[in-house]
Design a protein around this ligand. Sequence first.
Ligand SMILES: [Zn+2]
Length: 59
Amino acid sequence: MAKHIHKCYSCNEYTLEVKCPKCNQPAILPKPPKFSLNDKYSSYRREIKKKELEEKGII
Ligand SMILES: [Zn+2]
């Protein structure tokens, strides 16, 4: 595939162009890059969980 499918978040329209053909808003790639905020968030959650266990005297 030469082109990626972009998504317009104004009207939820998918397009191969970088601009939405419907509302002319910029359309972006719906998939976030690798190692996104989700990964940071899950490691942050692990820290919280560890602290919780320490406070309960489990570790
Ligand atoms: Zn649109």
